[in-house]
Design a binder for this molecule. Structure first.
Ligand SMILES: [Zn+2]
Length: 494
């Protein structure tokens, strides 16, 4: 869905990412998910008087890594600030965050759009902060309104977060999703975060405004909070764009406010929460030293970046002629990327598309049933490359290839040996198939006549019969050509 003519949406995202450290941002408590409530706490993250926070060096490293991947400058000196507000999930009554001196600033992130278009999104900043604890609303199915009791689980309090703020460079909901997906892939591959949206390791807020197409000013923006899936993000932004356009077209004006999108009803309504209080009375955190990463350390981190997923995908699309979807799916994780490249390396590059098809479809489907990952399975790159070769040179048909693959996975068999052993080689002999086709035409005169009458649909009937009679070994393309040729040959051959 795109905006009605005459309007241009302007979108920026703020993304909270949970950093994949072992311990919390300012204390030594271990990070867990699903541990019994309040079993991973200490005087620091419970805000006892007189305790002192200590910055987690690994969190700083991961923040720098994220910043470098996003093309940011790493600040020589960045500072922590206290962001003051009172809420039961925040025992200190302030959150330690970064304010006017964030860790990373001024990046550019290149995104591949689904339509083959590339675009850049400016990155305003990446800063570090701690997460609040988790409020549990008990009774009345846990819904906030009408809950009988609320309890606090401090296990999550103090979890290290990086907040990534983009420039308002996005122009559609689809582009916003493409950007977030690629950001997620990049952060996961670099080990910055496990980016698990269901567990809240990645959450996005969207700032949305619209303006008359062709103008450059900015309209009044609203903020959609806490979108925790790509689908909600897309639907929420689309709904908000439509709402703002309707308001403006009816002569109203958009009010700057924080909104909640309800994915169940599709409704958007103002959010009443702590987030409405805007005066946080920021001031420098007196208990923490500024973060001043040594330049050698930053360069060491930069050296470990490797090829970013976006660059790998572009290379695959350019050099291996993969589609956008192929490249997106196969680069999902570093392991899968490496596996795909290992298979491709064993054959000519022209075969990469066939390798991609086999891995994406049949191999992943069969392995999913068995709960295995490709790189841990008996389907080694050498065996998969051998199987693709048999498919490409016509020795094997698609159906037989499935059976061969099952043998490879289940007992580590070599594809050529399975073909030999089970007599699975594709029948591509025109004489042999010609005789079969003649017989099928003779046995089914009504269908043969339909074919001569131009009813091409009936072709599927003959190919299906030929496959059945040969146990799936007939070359379907050759059967099709032979049926067409011989049906026209006049009569039914009887
Ligand atoms: Zn602690």
């Amino acid at each position: 869905m795109s905006a009605p003519a005459g309007w241009e949406p302007v979108i920026g995202l703020e993304i909270h990412v949970q950093l994949a450290t072992r311990t919390k941002m300012f204390c030594g408590c271990e990070l867990t998910f699903g541990a019994p409530p309040n079993t991973h706490t200490c005087p620091v993250c419970l805000a006892h008087p007189g305790v002192l926070p200590v910055t987690n060096r690994e969190a700083v490293r991961l923040g720098i890594l994220a910043g470098l991947a996003l093309g940011c400058e790493i600040a020589e000196i960045s500072e922590f600030h206290r962001k003051n507000y009172f809420y039961p999930d925040l025992p200190k009554a302030y959150q330690i965050s970064q304010y006017d001196h964030p860790l990373c600033v001024g990046g550019r992130f290149r995104v591949l759009g689904e339509d083959g278009r590339e675009f850049e999104v400016g990155i305003t900043r990446v800063h570090l902060e701690e997460d609040a604890a988790k409020l549990l609303h008990l009774g009345d199915s846990g819904r906030r309104a009408g809950a009988e009791q609320s309890a606090v689980d401090f296990n999550r309090g103090g979890t290290p977060l990086a907040e990534i703020v983009s420039e308002p460079d996005l122009r559609s909901a689809a582009d916003s999703v493409a950007f977030l997906k690629q950001l997620r892939q990049t952060l996961r591959e670099l080990g910055v975060s496990d980016v698990n949206m269901e567990e809240g390791s990645l959450r996005a807020d969207a700032n949305v405004s619209v303006r008359p197409a062709g103008t450059t000013g900015l309209g009044t923006k609203t903020e959609l909070k806490n979108m925790n899936s790509f689908r909600f993000l897309e639907r929420g932004i689309e709904a908000e764009i439509a709402r703002q356009i309707a308001v403006l077209e009816s002569g109203g004006r958009v009010v700057q406010e924080t909104l909640h999108f309800d994915p169940e009803t599709g409704d958007i309504h103002p959010l009443r929460s702590k987030e409405e209080a805007h005066d946080y009375r920021y001031f420098p955190e007196p208990d923490l030293l500024p973060v001043a990463p040594a330049r050698e350390w930053v360069e060491e981190i930069r050296a470990g970046l490797g090829e970013l997923p976006v660059d790998r995908r572009r290379r695959w699309q350019r050099d291996l002629a993969l589609s956008y979807e192929d490249a997106e799916v196969l680069s999902e994780t570093a392991e899968l990327s490496r596996y795909f490249e290992d298979v491709v390396a064993l054959g000519p590059p022209e075969r990469a598309k066939a390798v991609a098809n086999l891995i994406r479809n049949e191999l992943r489907a069969q392995l999913r049933e068995r709960g295995q990952e490709p790189w841990e399975s008996e389907a080694t790159p050498a065996r998969v490359a051998a199987l693709v070769e048999l498919l490409e040179d016509g020795t094997l048909g698609a159906r037989a290839a499935k059976d061969v693959l099952a043998e490879v996975i289940d007992r580590g068999a070599e594809p050529a040996a399975v073909v030999e052993e089970k007599g699975l080689a594709q029948i591509g002999d025109p004489a042999e198939l010609g005789a079969l086709v003649d017989r099928l035409l003779a046995e089914n005169p009504a269908q043969a006549q339909q074919l001569r009458d131009g009813k091409d649909k009936v072709m599927g009937f003959f190919v299906g019969r030929a496959m059945k009679e040969t146990g799936g070994r007939a070359d379907p393309a050759l059967v099709g050509a032979l049926v067409r040729e011989r049906a026209q040959g006049g009569g039914n051959g009887a």
